[in-house]
Design a protein around this ligand. Sequence first.
Ligand code: DGY
Length: 330
Amino acid sequence: MKSSVLVARAVFPSVLDRLRGHFDVEANASDEPWDAAELRRRLQGKQGIFATGERIDVALLDACPQLRAVCNMAVGYNNVDVDACTARGIVVTNTPDVLTETTADFGFALMMATARRMAEGERFLRSGAWTKWSYDMLTGSDVHGATLGVLGMGRIGQAIARRGAHGFGMKVIYHNRSRLDAAIEADLGARYVDKPTLLRESDHLVLVLPYSAASHHAVGAPELALMKPRATLTNIARGGIVDDAALAAALRSGQIAAAGLDVFEGEPRVHPALLTLPNVVLTPHIASATVATRLAMANLAADNLIAALGCGPHAGRPPTPVNPGVLAGR
Ligand code: DGY
């Protein structure tokens, strides 16, 4: 008998077709997120969920005891209670690697737009306020040759560091839970430093660390106080890693020069103070948003779901499990 799966948000039709080749599929065609009660109702009797950031918590898992696979179309999986899934024998998967370079491109672009005041300049021009060239009009900070700080040196952090070191002659410093291999450090010219040093020395600090209880407000008022007044902060990781209220205060007082934010605490809501500030570039969580990469992410999430529920050429071996131990126990 075919397994039943739920696709919680709209996704590429070709990917839905692939899933329909293996499963009875119920799909959210409207792309409006379901609330928790609706998600629980729809997930009844389903063995798998193709998720795009929905909260998969103990209450939902307890209400859906037949669930066997949670396949997230994202590299981050802080929306899923992985320990609770593991305890129930549910495999959780994510979509690493396929988005690394695209996300690093965006992170670097956002950092550059922030340092060089591009969004502010565009707003200024469109408003009709540009009447003459001035020596100090919209002057920002150089990126080339500056010190790039990376907090969270996983795949995406390293890809950003590579762009900075090899493309822009930046000095790279980083802080991470674990230190990189010496060969990777040498290739990136990257120096491992403690977090206060990272904050003090970075001209452009980019956050690429996963969200967890431990990284909640990893950058708040005390951390911002250590940064240079000309420094920029770019967050492409997750909302909640930065204390957005403290950041808005630091941007307003000139404690740091500017910020580029693709992710927000409580998104899609944005802290109202950020919306009023000129020195912050705001984008709606689109770091991985190219057609090719989103398609690759969706196909990888589908590969995971198909294999996790025992179908396809890799039955029982989803390519990118987060809790692979569960598979060994099956
Ligand atoms: C990811 O892959 O984690 C992106 O942030 C999309 O959610």
